[in-house]
Design a binder for this molecule. Structure first.
Ligand SMILES: CC(C)(COP(=O)(O)OP(=O)(O)OC[C@H]1O[C@@H](n2cnc3c(N)ncnc32)[C@H](O)[C@@H]1OP(=O)(O)O)[C@@H](O)C(=O)NCCC(=O)NCCS
Length: 170
């Protein structure tokens, strides 16, 4: 299995992986919309025996407030073909994606995801650290909204982060 950046000839297979992994085609459409709008900052595929079996996307976020000087990026979506989930492909995509974001100079990765899955990569709940988003309105800790600092020296002071407008249609 190899993880590598997407190529133009992968686009249909990436759509198919996202459509298969999620209940609707909304995430597949989101990836296409991000690409069309130049917001697919990191897009990696997992290739296994000549087939695209997984995909991960990251898109730049805006940050208002104390951390407005930091570069934030959102992880979404990540998908692996249903038949071959739980074999480590997703984990390798997440790790390679984090590495790519770090190399591109991003400071923070945010995501909305399973609270039992992402802590293994270092993600922690973002609300207790002072971060908010349109997904965290209302009471509660919203533990599924998580953040990962990409550099040891990154000082996290909080702020309001927004995904790319393409997410509004999700
Ligand atoms: C999430 C996903 C990308 C993980 O890919 P994967 O190749 O199965 O991941 P890995 O093999 O590296 O890790 C497996 C771990 O993922 C976690 N996991 C996978 N799906 C999960 C789910 N629906 N709920 C909670 N945890 C889940 C489990 O902790 C599992 O560990 P275990 O096998 O020890 O229980 C894949 O399951 C998927 O495509 N799911 C459907 C789409 C989705 O929900 N994407 C994430 C939201 S953007």
């Amino acid at each position: 299995m190899t993880v590598r950046p997407e190529k133009p000839q992968d686009i249909a297979a990436i759509y198919a992986v996202n459509a298969a992994a999620f209940p609707t085609e909304a995430e597949a459409e989101l990836v296409d919309a991000l690409r069309d709008q130049g917001a697919l900052a990191v897009s990696l595929v997992a290739e296994h025996e000549g087939q695209i079996v997984g995909h991960i996307a990251f898109s730049p976020m805006t940050m208002e407030g104390a951390d407005s000087h930091l570069k934030a990026i959102g992880l979404a979506p990540v998908a692996v073909l249903p038949d071959i989930q739980r074999q480590g492909f997703g984990g390798q995509l997440v790790l390679a994606g984090i590495d790519a974001c770090r190399k591109l100079g991003y400071d923070l990765v945010f995501l909305l995801g399973h609270t039992e899955y992402y802590p293994r990569f270092g993600f922690v709940p973002a609300v207790p650290l002072g971060y908010q988003s349109v997904y965290t309105e209302g009471e509660g800790d919203h533990p599924y909204f998580m953040v990962l600092p990409l550099h040891e020296e990154t000082k996290m002071q909080g702020g309001f982060v927004r995904y790319h407008p393409a997410f509004d249609d999700l």
